[in-house]
Design a protein around this ligand. Structure first.
Ligand SMILES: Cc1cc2nc3c(=O)[nH]c(=O)nc-3n(C[C@H](O)[C@H](O)[C@H](O)COP(=O)(O)OP(=O)(O)OC[C@H]3O[C@@H](n4cnc5c(N)ncnc54)[C@H](O)[C@@H]3O)c2cc1C
Length: 474
């Protein structure tokens, strides 16, 4: 056992080598701080990690890097991340989406990284609402606007103040909630404003080689700056005295100390390390949202099958349901992502066709199954999600998806908990967010998911912001 960390003191210990932890680590190491990142899992990346299965490389969850803006646009989340982490734009190798769609019964709205296209679509489909929609966009606060964080009212109610068509409200909420709402049914206006901007006013892009080069880039930077890492070894306990974390106990028995602890593990998950707030003590935990995702590898270029959209956010019912699933998977709404459909530079194409389908899923159901049953049920859920998506995607015109399929995989909320320790498989974490990252302990702060900035860009920004606020500018 490697005992070399035992007794060491650090300026900061960061719990988790996901996007927010790595970003915080780079920022602190850049300013000469002695930093240790402790990660429970054997691979970095957290919720956006990667793995290999039968020789094929899978990204855990990359659909899109949101908040994409072209070079030169000032005052954006992407620009701030690049500047603060000293990353050159070209290093991310981002390619823009071809175009995405919100698909509801009887109506479909196209959008891409040019917002005027979405505006035209709204005017076409909902002429009664276009003036209100434009007014809403004009009045939408920016992420840098402090007033935004004071408005914690309902996004549904706020939208109804501008938009006459209920159907349009449902269609706008669907992508925003799927890409970042921890709360069911509705989300607070602040979170909604951030998501609307990042999805519609900014846009989607993807690195050709997926999430790996981004993680490698972050790790290389962190290492080059002298940052230390301990992988495959979680923090098992935070020892507290006098309102401060005094000692950080690792799963291998080592114990280290730090001036500041930044945790990306989640609010309840972190407070459990202090011996507080078990899951059973927090009734709202049961409202946490779990998701399932299928991956299908195709022996075809999806656009040749007529599947030209990058991402489709769908609801099979007029009223969009976003709530803890009562069924193993809730096929009434979801996201279909086709990673091939980005404008990769030099006409490059992904070597294989990819189809990813995400829907809400029931954590209690999946976590209660014994191993053999779990695998059997996954096969059925895969089939249900895929058949449902085939009704939304353009018809295969006589071809069979089975004949085109080379390989498949699927994850459930149980997988998310197993590999990231997020309670109840909740990708978007706790319903309550600690916007300033503070906890009840003086030197313990949160970054990432439960600080409230979600997604890859949000998590990176959160790591940077929390490192600045609670260590560098203290
Ligand atoms: C399937 C899926 C698809 C997604 N798709 C996209 C997408 O297309 N675009 C996008 O922008 N976002 C996407 N996301 C969301 C995005 O991945 C997350 O919002 C973001 O990565 C969160 O980063 P984080 O650093 O806050 O947390 P995490 O990634 O959860 O990192 C926390 C880390 O802490 C570690 N940890 C927990 N407890 C301990 C402990 N006790 N000791 C040590 N380590 C611990 C965990 O293992 C984990 O690595 C997706 C997520 C999933 C799951």
């Amino acid at each position: 056992m490697d005992r070399s960390l035992d007794g060491k003191h650090f300026d900061a210990v960061i719990i988790g080598a996901g996007m927010s932890g790595l970003a915080a680590g780079i920022r602190l190491a850049h300013f000469g701080k002695e930093v240790l990142i402790v990660e429970k899992h054997n691979a970095p990346g957290g919720l956006n990690s990667f793995y290999s299965l039968n020789g094929r490389k899978f990204d855990v969850g990359l659909h899109a890097l949101t908040n994409y803006v072209p070079p030169g646009v000032k005052g954006t989340a992407l620009g701030k991340i690049l500047k603060q982490l000293r990353i050159r734009r070209e290093e991310l190798d981002l390619s823009e989406q071809v175009g995405s769609r919100i698909s509801f019964p009887g109506e479909s709205l196209f959008f891409d990284n040019d917002f005027s296209h979405f505006e035209t679509e709204v005017a076409r489909a909902f002429p009664k609402s276009i003036d209100g929609f434009r007014r809403f966009v004009a009045e939408l606060p920016t992420m840098n606007d402090p007033a935004l964080f004071k408005r914690m009212d309902s996004a549904r109610a706020a939208l109804a103040g501008y938009i006459a068509d209920d159907a349009l409200i449902e269609m706008i909420l669907c992508p925003c909630m799927y890409y970042g709402s921890a709360s069911p049914h509705d989300l607070d206006f602040c979170q909604f404003a951030i998501l609307f901007r990042s999805l519609f006013l900014e846009g989607f892009a993807r690195p050709y080689a997926g999430i790996r080069p981004i993680i490698r880039l972050l790790l290389d930077k962190y290492r080059a700056l002298g940052g230390k890492r301990k992988m495959k070894c979680g923090v098992s306990r935070l020892e507290v005295d006098g309102g401060r974390v005094r000692r950080i106990h690792l799963e291998n028995g080592d114990c280290v100390t730090a001036e500041t602890v930044l945790s990306s593990a989640g609010l309840v998950e972190t407070m459990r390390l202090v011996g507080k707030a078990g899951e059973q003590d927090d009734p709202r935990c049961h409202e946490r949202l779990g998701f399932a995702e299928t991956m299908t590898i195709l022996d075809a270029e999806p656009s040749d099958l007529g599947w030209k959209d990058t991402i489709i956010f769908f609801s099979t019912e007029e009223r969009f349901h976003y709530e803890p699933s009562r069924e193993p998977v809730d096929v009434r709404s979801g996201v279909i992502c086709i990673p091939n459909n980005y404008r990769y530079s030099d006409g490059k194409r992904l070597e294989e066709g990819w189809l990813r389908i995400t829907s809400l899923a029931n954590y209690d159901y999946w976590s209660s199954l014994e191993e053999a049953r779990y695998y059997e049920e996954k096969v059925q859920a895969y089939e249900a999600l895929t058949q449902n998506a085939l009704k939304i995607l353009p018809s295969l015109k006589g071809q069979s998806l089975d004949d085109l399929t080379k390989a498949t995989d699927m994850f459930t909320p149980r997988t998310v908990t197993q590999f990231t320790s997020h309670l109840r498989g909740a990708i978007y974490g706790s319903l309550e967010k600690a916007r300033e990252g503070r906890t009840e302990l003086q030197n313990l702060y949160l970054c990432g998911t439960d600080q409230g900035l979600l997604g890859i860009t949000g998590a990176l920004l959160s790591g940077v912001t929390m490192a600045n606020a609670h260590v560098l500018n203290k």
